[in-house]
Design a protein around this ligand. Structure first.
Ligand code: NCD
Length: 302
């Protein structure tokens, strides 16, 4: 990672990814036990600019920064000058003038992060960008898979659900493919990606087909806030072909389950599956803090 920003998985090669995952693995035991974490970012100031809803990503970055001794401030659209019509650029320049070292930025528009990085003195860390990028999610997914299988090379991952609108699917598929995983995908026609990113991945017909082919099923939420008004997804029909129901999971007891959250229980996943030992949804969250600590340390520790 040559740059002082983390904008896209496309800027990372396999060595960069391995090195971040190695750092995260070294940090994980101390952070998971909440002790002996080196305060390597003491005195550093990070603004968390979340201009789209978020729970786990925001809390994860905040936790990661604070465990390294950095101080964090939250900036959200609601209750801020954004509501009074201030542009993002002016808001961020104002924040920059207060002396922040880094901005962790979530924004619904593709391209905003790179634009901010082109003029800002702050390190820009992408915490979610439109439908295109979510690099730290991809890295935490890779860390979770590597921990479980001991490698990413040759692991078969089927991504199921709303790939068309998913920055997670795009970023995670990119990182996993660079590390040697095989990617399949499965979605109804209305939610199949239309860009070229999945051109080399195989399309699977149903959740059954995914569980038979893959080592990991990676479930996605239907992102209703991004669906065009004329697209209607019938939840019952969706469940029949694409949901990991208790019955499907019982037929494939060793299948490893990932999901970036938030989970729509009863739509793409049945509640009981969250308690299975092969469901790593909560492990992803734990790995997320370690991966974000590794990323922040790399960009901000001098
Ligand atoms: C995702 C996101 O916001 O991109 N969630 C997350 O960051 N863990 C996925 C989603 O919203 O469905």
């Amino acid at each position: 990672m040559a740059s002082s920003h983390l904008l896209s998985t496309h800027d990372l090669n396999r060595e960069d990814i391995t090195s971040i995952l190695d750092d995260a693995a070294a940090i994980l035991p101390a952070h998971a036990n909440l002790r002996n974490v080196e305060q390597s970012l003491a005195g550093r100031n990070i603004v968390l600019a979340f201009l789209e809803p978020s729970t786990r990503t925001r809390l994860s970055f905040e936790t990661a920064a604070q465990r390294l001794g950095a101080s964090t401030v939250l900036f959200q659209a609601t209750g801020s000058s954004v509501e009074k019509g201030e542009t993002l650029r002016e808001s961020l320049r104002t924040i920059e003038s207060m002396g922040f070292d880094a901005v962790v930025l979530r924004h619904g528009q593709n391209g905003v992060h790179r634009e901010v990085a082109s003029w800002s003195r702050m390190a820009v860390i992408n915490a979610g960008e439109g439908t295109m990028q979510h690099p730290t999610q991809a890295l935490l997914d890779a860390a979770t898979i590597r921990e479980r299988f001991g490698t990413i090379d040759g692991v078969k991952v089927a991504i199921v659900g709303d790939l068309r609108h998913s920055r997670v699917a795009r970023s995670t598929a990119d990182v996993l493919q660079k590390c040697g995983a095989e990617i399949g995908y499965c979605a109804p026609d209305a939610l199949v990606p239309t860009d070229s990113q999945f051109a080399n991945a195989q399309r699977l017909a149903s959740i059954e087909a995914c569980c038979s082919w893959a080592d990991v099923v990676y479930l996605l939420r239907i992102q209703r806030e991004r669906l065009a008004a004329d697209v209607h997804i019938d939840e019952q029909a969706y469940r029949a072909s694409y949901a990991l129901t208790t019955a499907v999971a019982e037929a494939h007891p060793t299948i490893v389950v990932l999901h970036p959250g938030p989970v729509n229980i009863g739509v793409e996943l049945d509640a009981a599956i969250l308690d299975h030992s092969s469901c790593l949804v909560h492990r992803q969250v734990t790995q997320g803090v370690a991966v974000r600590m590794a990323v922040l340390q790399r960009l901000l520790h001098s």
